[in-house]
Design a protein around this ligand. Sequence first.
Ligand code: ADP
Ligand code: MG
Length: 325
Amino acid sequence: MTPLLTVDDLAVEFATRDGVVRAVDGVSLQVGPGEILGVVGESGSGKSVTAMSVLGLIRPPGRVVRGSVRFDGEDLLTLPARRLRRIRGRRIAMIFQDPMTALNPVVPVGAQIAEAIRLHQPRLGRAAVRARVLELLASVGVADPAARYGRHPHEYSGGMRQRAMIAMALANEPDLLIADEPTTALDVTVQSQVLALLDTARREAGAAAVLITHDLGVIAELADRVAVMYAGRVVEHGDVHQVFATPRHPYTRGLLSSRPRLEAAGDLVPIPGSPPDLLAPPPGCAFEPRCALAAGRAACRADRPEPVVVAAGHLSACHFPEEPV
Ligand code: ADP
Ligand code: MG
């Protein structure tokens, strides 16, 4: 399989008054055509910064200091701004947690989606564009699209706005969708409808997706592969069933056991402690202070573990991936 997206050794820093924040420090991951990669990790682990980097959206004081982002054979990090803008929106589309980051509050929703289509397909006639907008709105479950075409975002409910943003993201049939916590702000019913939409986009348009969420259940249901992030690094990466059935990194095991079981109403067992300060990350394994497996061992404190292959297509960045917790 030739990956559609290959992120290799990506590092992003933010210069702040207190020092340099190493937000992303050596992230590598791959997404195949039509595949859904789930990205999971506690808040602050670098998921959003990774996603923004892929789209060339890191702005000062942030800076990509290392690595490459190859999409369909081109390195997006060195592409001229004009070429990148063409790819963004047309071939790679982004879905945010807050639809208002993507929607313009003073422009009717229909006109915004029409504009997204015209930007990349300037030769399409007015009537054809309008018909396509109505079709898109209907396909994401916006009832009575003709009536809603001329309405402004604030006249839509939260769930409808999320759908409108997804319609806009799907407008140009992108090859890759990047969804950053797309349903976190929504109630459970709308959440599952929106996720079903993503799944439909994948099946019908063959779109690949990077799905960022802290909900392991969503990843188990939708993703083909999963990347587990901690302190700006990918600590485990592999087939979702394999990783969830036999997690090889203690952090992944911790996340999985902190999740309330669907079948037994067990208590949530949070991982003790908190992630390290990325202004001064520890020299060894960033998870060491919280890791039951490390137990003060010198290797964990002194050397940062690199991802190693623990099974076919399954990587873990732990010095002792063979040991049970
Ligand atoms: P996640 O999406 O996994 O919750 P983020 O990617 O948003 O995490 O953030 C990763 C790290 O980068 C965090 O420690 C965060 O504080 C830092 N960071 C993100 N944006 C900025 C910024 N504009 N300035 C300083 N630090 C930032
Ligand atoms: Mg985030």
